[in-house]
Design a protein around this ligand. Structure first.
Ligand SMILES: C[S@@+](CC[C@H](N)C(=O)[O-])C[C@H]1O[C@@H](n2cnc3c(N)ncnc32)[C@H](O)[C@@H]1O
Length: 205
């Protein structure tokens, strides 16, 4: 995908102004960026009018566990017509960096970073994304899923990267699919990355 220089300049501001620059740079590691590029490429197919006749464009998007807002910025720069994005993260220190990362859209009222536990946020956006599935327990996930809008398109990512902060990894795409419990599954695939596999499912509750 192509990136726009004005957006990249705000990415640099976000890194420069971060309290922990190394941590912020982790969101630009190859595995992170490749996973988000993969998400956007597949989402483009599922929102195409020929595939999905019920979408109202431009789209609203909620990203749960949105971290520092890199996925939001990549979505704004993609071919997907986006009205607005809310990026929800439990860590309040993500808010300022995510708002800088998406400064152009934040100033236009199209982006908002929200500090909240995703398990308390019932989204009704057209697209609900959760790329932090490995950061919540199955119990938390089940509750989270139960409060999401039944008509929204869900895009979920997890992985098999076994590190302490990942409390619910999946060993295969089949296991991830089971953990996600989508009744209307449209897509399930894995992406081989240098250190781990990323899993993704797209569907509805
Ligand atoms: C390391 S980051 C993102 C990893 C993910 N693979 C990605 O690229 O989007 C995980 C994020 O999930 C957030 N998080 C963990 N538990 C959460 C919860 N209950 N609600 C919202 N955000 C949560 C963390 O604060 C962190 O910013």
């Amino acid at each position: 995908m192509k990136l726009d220089i004005e957006h990249v300049l705000f990415w640099m501001d976000a890194i420069r102004n971060s309290q922990d620059r190394d941590r912020t740079l982790e969101s630009f590691w190859k595995g992170q960026i490749r996973s988000k590029e993969w998400l956007i490429k597949n989402l483009e197919y599922f929102i195409h009018p020929a595939v999905n006749k019920n979408m109202n464009f431009p789209l609203t998007v909620d990203i749960h566990g949105g971290w520092l807002g890199v996925l939001s910025s990549m979505l704004f720069q993609s071919n997907i017509p986006i009205k607005s994005i809310r990026s929800i993260d439990i860590d309040p220190s993500c808010e300022t960096t995510a708002n800088t990362m998406n400064k152009i859209e934040e100033m236009a009222g199209r982006f908002k970073a929200i500090a909240a536990d995703m398990c308390s946020v019932a989204s009704d956006a057209d697209i609900i994304i959760n790329t932090s599935c490995e950061h919540i327990t199955q119990e938390q996930y089940d509750h989270w899923l139960s409060i999401q809008n039944k008509n929204s398109l869900l895009v979920l990512q997890g992985n098999n990267y076994n590190i302490p902060e990942h409390i619910r990894i999946s060993n295969s795409i089949e296991e991830f699919q089971k953990q996600c419990r989508l009744t209307n599954l449209l897509f399930a695939a894995e992406l081989e990355l240098p250190l781990y596999k990323r899993f993704m499912v797209i569907g509805r509750v």
